[in-house]
Design a binder for this molecule. Structure first.
Ligand code: FES
Length: 572
């Protein structure tokens, strides 16, 4: 039985979840006759069904290889006596969505959940990859609780420009910063533009997509060893075929997401997120996925784990390499083996095998330039840390592995931008009163703001400072940052400005103190003055009055709750 009380281990195929006409036999008769319109034989219609979520879209470059993957999944299902049926859901191409892809993650999760539940399938293969698609699919699958296997599209290969290896999208940001600072000209930046994202697949670094692929594998929801296979590698197609072949066996074993997403597997995923130096979005998405199974992730627990989990992976944006290096270095198997003493080894995967069994196999080749040992880590402590204080009572996130340690203990003068529009209007102005040791603050960009928590936390260095060679400053906001970005950037400040959080009370010239050693973020303004400001701060920005925008604004939760909708959390 799954958590909906449905018997998921006995295949029902086309007879599962009949359309309600008040006559079950008629419903099945009608369904079979309409299925026959698609040319299926009786033999095929008797088979158990594996649904395949097809997220190919002309608006999603990362998913350009999905049709070929779906074909390979189908081969695997057919070979094991199942009937594969693919169906579309929303697809989220990161850079094609306005105002920000996060706003549509919950919509895709609802689409995925409801289509899994509403249509007849004994198991489902979720084909996804771009940043928000894997979180959305895992959130939806966790709620639908049908046997589910994630197949990621895999990372892009790197490109080359004038002898230099390039990969989306850490290098996109590095070269753009050089262009803003007039270190490279328009001809060069245009030439680079064509060499940053050159193949099918997801961003080539340890950004959000790669982080989520590794988290999916750690949760046991992909086939072991498949998270990092490059999108163009023939092994990616073999992984797809094997995933299709595994699907009905996963159903037979009754391995639904409820069995795999447990407190222990979530803690394993947190360890992996920290050891990867993974994306700050990873904590947001993992919190949302876990929340669908009633599991919470207190940010103070994140800090305990972070202090005892070294960063072992040398990939951009934290280090040097790209996902293709991670794959050839040994991939997730090598990383998990290194982390084994810190992991709950009894957790299972979709194969039914425990993590302990998997890792007991003889160690494979490991390239230590990319995957370090715990004794000689890339960094001694985990990549992410949560900060608390009067500026972020509900917490904020800093990716310390991608930040400048020289800025970890600092008190600085606030330079405030009240919205994304204000930021765009003034950041490069000659008259902006800003110094290199100031702290840039962006307000009103959190989940409930009209901006919808975009990846704007990577506030650009003001042009006049960039041109003087300033490459990093402390930047604070209630929004997010791309997993491919780097810098001393405090994100996800909770509560956000739009619901009266203290970040919205900061004024130009206030002093802010950051201490990574103490995990604190404080606005050095006394309580009386903050009380006075709270009474005189203008009302929060108007919200959409209709449609999905209204649903989102009314129900999205804060970052520490994964920015999921309140009505989609697991019921008590
Ligand atoms: Fe799709 Fe980066 S744009 S993963």
């Amino acid at each position: 039985m799954n958590s909906d009380g449905e018997d998921i281990s006995s295949p029902k195929g086309l007879a599962r979840g009949l359309t309600n006409y008040g006559d079950r036999d008629f419903s099945l008769y009608l369904r079979r006759s309409f299925a026959k319109a698609m040319g299926y034989s009786d033999e095929m219609l008797e088979r158990p069904i594996v649904g395949i979520v097809n997220t190919a879209s002309g608006y999603n470059n990362c998913h350009r290889g999905v049709p070929e993957l779906v074909d390979a999944v189908k081969r695997g299902v057919l070979a094991r006596g199942g009937l594969p049926i693919d169906f579309p859901t929303i697809s989220l191409g990161e850079v094609f969505l306005n105002p920000t892809s996060l706003m549509f993650r919950n919509l895709m999760a609802m689409d995925t959940e409801e289509m899994i539940r509403a249509q007849p399938m004994d198991a489902v293969v979720l084909v996804g990859g771009c940043d928000k698609t894997v979180p959305a699919q895992l959130m939806g699958a966790a709620s639908a609780d049908r046997p589910s296997l994630q197949l990621v599209v895999g990372p892009m290969m790197t490109g080359r420009h004038e002898g230099e290896r390039l990969g989306a999208c850490t290098d996109c940001r590095r070269f753009w910063a050089d262009f803003r600072a007039a270190r490279i000209d328009k001809t060069r930046i245009s030439a680079i533009e064509g060499n940053l994202a050159t193949t099918i697949g997801t961003c080539a670094v340890m950004g959000t997509a790669s982080t989520m692929a590794c988290i999916a594998e750690t949760l046991g929801l992909t086939l072991p060893g498949t998270a990092a296979i490059p999108a163009v590698h023939a092994d990616r197609l073999r992984a797809a075929e094997a995933t299709g072949a595994q699907a009905l066996e996963t159903a037979r074993l009754g391995l639904t997401p409820a069995r795999l997403i447990t407190e222990k597997s979530v803690e394993n995923a947190l360890r992996v997120l920290l050891a990867l130096g993974g994306s700050t979005n990873g904590i947001l998405h993992l919190t949302a996925i876990a929340g669908r199974r009633g599991i919470s992730i207190p940010l103070r627990r994140l800090n305990e784990l972070s202090d005892s989990t070294p960063v072992l992976i040398n990939l951009k944006p934290t280090g040097e390499g790209y996902m293709e290096d991670f794959h050839t270095a040994g991939g997730m198997g090598a990383l998990l083996r290194e982390l084994a003493p810190l992991l709950h080894l009894e957790c299972q995967s979709v194969t039914g095998e425990t993590l302990g069994d998997r890792l007991a196999a003889a160690p494979a080749y490991v390239d230590r330039a990319t995957i370090r040992t715990r004794e000689a880590p890339f960094e001694a402590v985990g990549g992410l840390v949560a900060l608390f204080g009067n500026m972020a009572p509900g917490g904020a996130i800093l990716k310390r592995s991608a930040a400048d340690p020289k800025l970890f203990e600092a008190t600085g003068r606030a330079v405030v931008f009240t919205s994304l529009e204000d930021l765009a209007d003034r950041i490069d102005g000659d008259d902006l009163d800003v110094k290199a040791d100031d702290i840039l603050v962006l307000q009103n960009a959190g989940p409930k703001s009209p901006a919808g928590m975009p990846e704007a936390g990577y506030i650009p260095i003001p042009k006049k400072l960039a041109q003087r060679g300033v490459k990093d400053m402390i930047r604070i906001s209630d929004c997010r940052m791309s997993g491919t970005a780097f810098g001393t950037i405090v994100l996800h400040v909770t509560p956000e400005a739009a619901i009266g959080g203290a970040i919205g009370l900061v004024q130009n010239g206030d002093e802010i103190r950051l201490s990574v050693a103490n995990n604190t973020l404080d606005l050095l303004v006394d309580d009386e003055e903050l009380k006075r400001r709270r009474q005189t701060t203008p009302a929060r920005p108007a919200r959409p009055g209709r449609g999905y925008g209204k649903l989102y604004a009314d129900h999205v939760m804060q970052a520490d709750q994964g920015a999921d909708f309140d009505f989609l959390m697991a019921s008590e």
